[in-house]
Design a binder for this molecule. Structure first.
Ligand SMILES: [Zn+2]
Length: 352
């Protein structure tokens, strides 16, 4: 009787444990697939600075007959990210038209497969070279990128009067982008054109960021501005970037100076004043042949951390990840102690 009773108890315990284990396995199996809320997924956005697919870079691509060449060493990082972003400094043009007088850039259509191969999803086209291929070049660039599944941000087609804000959704997270330039033409900002988003009207910028904030979970504001070949951002740029954060941006991504500039954490959010060059033919100095890739990690619809990946540009065209010694010296220019920045909830709350 005693043995039978304890045997029964053991059997009951075994059955209970088996059932518990079964339920737990079921639970984790369910959690492992469809029951996970999209908010629990981690999303990565990677950003780079200026991309010139013209001039010497164009010649190098033509010589090698390989549009992927400039991106061969960085593709693993760019294509791995859920969203890859950069500033395309040269409008796209279909014919091999002669370069006109002055600094005029063009990205021939045959170079575009390189951008696709690299893994770019969003490209800022708001820069001082937006009109280098005339009015038609702006529309053509927006359309051509779109036909290659790349979203152009910061310029819009002539008939398009809608806001410049663009939203791209990945893993259930709406990521908003706005891109501004200090100039629509390469004239220092003298002449405006409604096809290019510029920083000239702070109230309008504030409104646009606010609107985008309402329609997205995370907001990136790109800024093509600042004195060229300078380490320190000037006052106007600092004011614009801080105002963008106040208006609702989660991060500001700067470029145009061709040099890396410092990183500021303002109200718990990062401002990268300049990521420097990425694909550019300015190998004449150390400063202009270095740049930063920044990886943003997003969880539960907030940027939780960002990691800096310094690059060195080789052969006047092709960035590669900097080795450890070079990485240290590049990171020093950002003013950060580490290549990783973490953002806490409190900081995010404080920044709201
Ligand atoms: Zn520029």
């Amino acid at each position: 009787m005693g043995y039978a009773k304890s045997g029964f108890r053991l059997l009951s315990l075994f059955a209970f444990l088996s059932l518990s284990l079964f339920l737990e396995q079921m639970n984790s199996a369910i959690l492992g697939c469809s029951m996970v809320s999209p908010e629990d997924h981690e999303l990565t956005v990677i950003a780079v600075g200026d991309i010139l697919l013209s001039r010497h870079v164009g010649k190098t691509i033509d010589l090698s007959q390989d549009p992927n060449l400039p991106f061969e060493n960085t593709r693993p990082w760019l294509s791995e990210a859920d969203i890859a972003f950069g500033n395309l400094e040269s409008p796209i043009v279909s014919g091999d038209i002669p370069i006109r007088r002055g600094v005029v850039f063009k990205c021939l259509t045959r170079y575009v497969p390189g951008l696709v191969y690299a893994g770019f999803d969003v490209l800022s086209t708001a820069n001082n070279h937006a009109f280098d291929q005339g009015d038609r070049g702006v529309d053509f660039t927006v359309n051509y990128l779109q036909s290659h599944s790349i979203l152009a941000v910061g310029t819009r087609k002539k008939e398009d009067q809608a806001s410049f804000g663009r939203v791209i959704e990945r893993k259930g997270v709406k990521v908003g982008f706005l891109a501004y330039s200090y100039a629509a033409y390469n004239d220092g900002g003298a002449k405006e054109n409604s096809q290019v988003a510029t920083w000239h009207d702070p109230e309008k910028v504030k409104e646009e960021i606010g609107q985008l904030r309402d329609n997205s979970d995370v907001v990136f504001v790109s800024l093509h501005a600042g004195q060229e070949y300078r380490r320190k951002p000037e006052r106007r740029k600092i004011e614009f970037a801080r105002a963008a954060i106040e208006a609702g941006a989660d991060a500001v991504i700067g470029h145009h100076p061709h040099w890396i500039q410092p990183v500021e954490i303002y109200r718990g959010r990062p401002i990268f004043y300049s990521l420097g060059n990425f694909v550019f033919d300015q190998g004449h100095s150390q400063e202009t042949s270095q740049g930063l890739m920044v990886e943003f990690r997003i969880k539960r619809k907030q940027i939780r951390s960002s990691r800096l990946l310094p690059v060195a540009i080789e052969r006047y065209c092709c960035p590669r990840l900097a080795d450890s010694q070079l990485k240290e010296s590049i990171l020093e220019k950002t003013g950060l102690d580490s290549d990783e920045i973490f953002f806490s909830d409190e900081r995010h709350e404080a920044g709201k």
